[in-house]
Design a binder for this molecule. Sequence first.
Ligand code: EPU
Length: 291
Amino acid sequence: MCIGGNADYFVEVETEQQLVSLLKFINENNIKFFVIGGGSNLLFGDEGFKGIVIKLSLSSNSEFARIGNKEEIDAWNDNETESLDNNTVRICCGAAVSLAYLAIKTAEHGLSGLEYLSAIPGTVGGAVFGNAGVKNCSMSDIVDKIEVIDYSGNKRVLTKNNINFEYRKSDLQGNIITKIFFILKNADKNDILKTISQERKRRINSQPIGTKNAGCVFKNPESDSAGRLIDSLNLKNYSVGGIKISDVHANFFVNEDNGCAQDMLKLIDFVKDEVYKKYSIKLETEIKIIK
Ligand code: EPU
């Protein structure tokens, strides 16, 4: 959204070893920290972040930027006891890779599973952490296992059965996802690429793509759409300071004119109150507000 103050420090790590050393330093010195993926659904306050913001690097040297290292996949297949049908393929991916890039790369290899998720901005690690998704499809549908480093610096492998995924959330707090293993299906490459292209077009037509926004501001309440509810109150174009409710989709708030985090927070509270007054529904934010 291009708002929010600076962090005291911003650190990119390229290896698990660097990450473990950094966590050791942080723990020994009792420093506040926050790990970001692509940062696409985060709201930092105007006062900034008094601590270290950590990001897994996407540089060419980074361990977290790799897709489908063959040796790793072979080793994993050898250890795997569960047999999968011939139509199924496993791939692994570093957590810093962009979800859109992974979707295109797997599509080019005739691997289906990510096409409906391809237009979600952000990294693969962030998308798994928040169980990002679209209607009827979320990251948890295709994840098989993940590697994490917990905040104490211990490396662990978690299979899907050990992770509690819910609508737009997981119980992975306290862990930094470093690598993700997916199970995808063989399919026709052109069909997959066509779905990706349709998904992009659908987004362009129904969401304010290209503006300064953080995706859907609120989670959908059960069996309804937050966007529809806000729109029904005629709040499209309503603004606080420089932040305006999009006239394309009412669950997107756009930074139109040098808005600040305070404007965004005021607008969030205002919309929550209005929706509650009319529908007795308590909207919950989908974007993460970092204090
Ligand atoms: N609608 C309105 N007015 C609006 C917006 C929507 O009347 O201003 C109506 C639409 O016409 C439609 C219904 O509400 O009948 C649902 O809208 P839409 O299809 O846009 O889906 P959504 O429920 O608003 C969800 C996800 C999006 C995802 C889309 C498409 C959430 C909170 N939102 O939106 O995800 O892109 O489905 O699959 O789950 C995000 O997570 O950041 C996000 C944008």
